[in-house]
Design a protein around this ligand. Structure first.
Ligand code: NI
Ligand code: MN
Length: 227
C-alpha cells in the first residue's frame, strides 16, 4: 500500500490512497502552470483550502460532473450545497474520519473571499491522514508558530507555499520546516504569477543544508509516492 501524490501546478494536487482519489485546490482553467484541464480529473473528494479563485478554481464544475464530495469550511461547503453539490463542512481544529482517512482543517493566516467578493469563511490548511501517512498542506498562509504543534503530530510530507507576496516566502518557509520537522517537503504557490516567481531548487538546497529535511521540486504532472 502506498499513497501517490501528483502535482498539477500552483496549489493543485491529486492524492490517491485509502481507496479514494482526492483533488486539492483545483485551479486548472486559467492556470498557466496546470498540466491538465478540469475534464481530466475524476476525484471522489475535492478539498478546498479557501475561496480565492486560484484555489476554488474549477471546484463547482468538477464536482457537478463527477459527483465528488467537496470538503471545506462551512461557508464554502454551504456555497457548494446550495448549488446542489455534495459537500462536507469542517471548521478549523475539527477533523472527520472519511472512508479513505481523516481530514482536519488547520489555521492559515490569509483571506478567503469568493471571486465575487462574498464571504468565504476562514482560510485553512489540511492535515490529511491516509494509509498511516500524514500530509500537511499549509494552504495560503504566512508563517505561524503553531506549526510546531502541527509538527508534533509527525508529518510525512509538508506542502508549503514559498511564493512570497501573498503567502510565506522562502525565508519564512524555511522557518516553517524548522517548526514542522517533516520527513519531506514540497514547495508550491510560486511562478503562476509574476509577483510570486521563486527558485524552488534554491529553497530546497537551503532546507537541506539548514534542517536536513529532504525536499522535492515537483513539476506539474510529477508524482511522488509515500511508502
Ligand atoms: Ni489565496
Ligand atoms: Mn493563492
Amino acid at each position: 500500500m502506498s499513497v501517490k501524490v501528483t502535482y498539477h501546478g500552483h496549489a493543485c494536487f491529486v492524492i490517491e490512497g485509502g481507496g479514494a482519489r482526492l483533488l486539492l485546490d483545483p485551479f486548472l482553467s486559467g492556470n498557466p502552470r496546470a498540466d491538465i484541464g478540469p475534464d481530466e480529473v475524476e476525484p471522489d473528494y475535492i478539498l478546498v483550502s479557501h475561496a480565492h479563485g486560484d484555489h476554488l478554481g474549477d471546484t463547482v464544475a468538477i464536482a457537478r460532473r463527477t459527483g465528488a464530495t467537496v470538503i471545506a469550511n462551512a461557508e464554502i461547503a454551504g456555497y457548494c450545497s446550495a448549488k446542489g453539490l455534495n459537500a462536507h463542512a469542517l471548521h478549523i481544529g475539527g477533523g472527520y474520519g472519511f472512508p479513505f482517512g481523516r481530514v482536519e482543517l488547520t489555521i492559515a493566516h490569509h483571506g478567503s473571499s469568493f471571486p465575487d467578493g462574498s464571504y468565504g469563511g476562514n482560510p485553512a490548511g489540511f492535515l490529511i491522514t491516509v494509509e498511516g501517512k500524514t500530509i500537511y498542506f499549509a494552504g495560503d498562509t504566512g508563517l505561524f508558530y503553531d506549526m510546531k504543534l502541527i509538527g508534533d503530530k509527525g508529518i510525512d510530507l509538508a506542502i508549503l507555499p514559498i511564493g512570497d507576496n501573498y503567502t510565506m516566502g522562502p525565508d519564512d518557509a524555511l522557518r516553517a520546516v524548522q517548526l514542522l520537522r517533516p520527513r519531506r517537503v514540497v514547495p508550491i504557490h510560486y511562478d503562476a504569477f509574476p509577483v510570486i516567481r521563486q527558485d524552488p531548487q534554491a529553497f530546497l538546497a537551503r532546507v537541506a543544508a539548514e534542517t536536513g529535511v529532504e525536499g522535492q521540486v515537483l513539476k506539474p504532472g510529477d508524482s511522488l509516492t509515500l511508502v
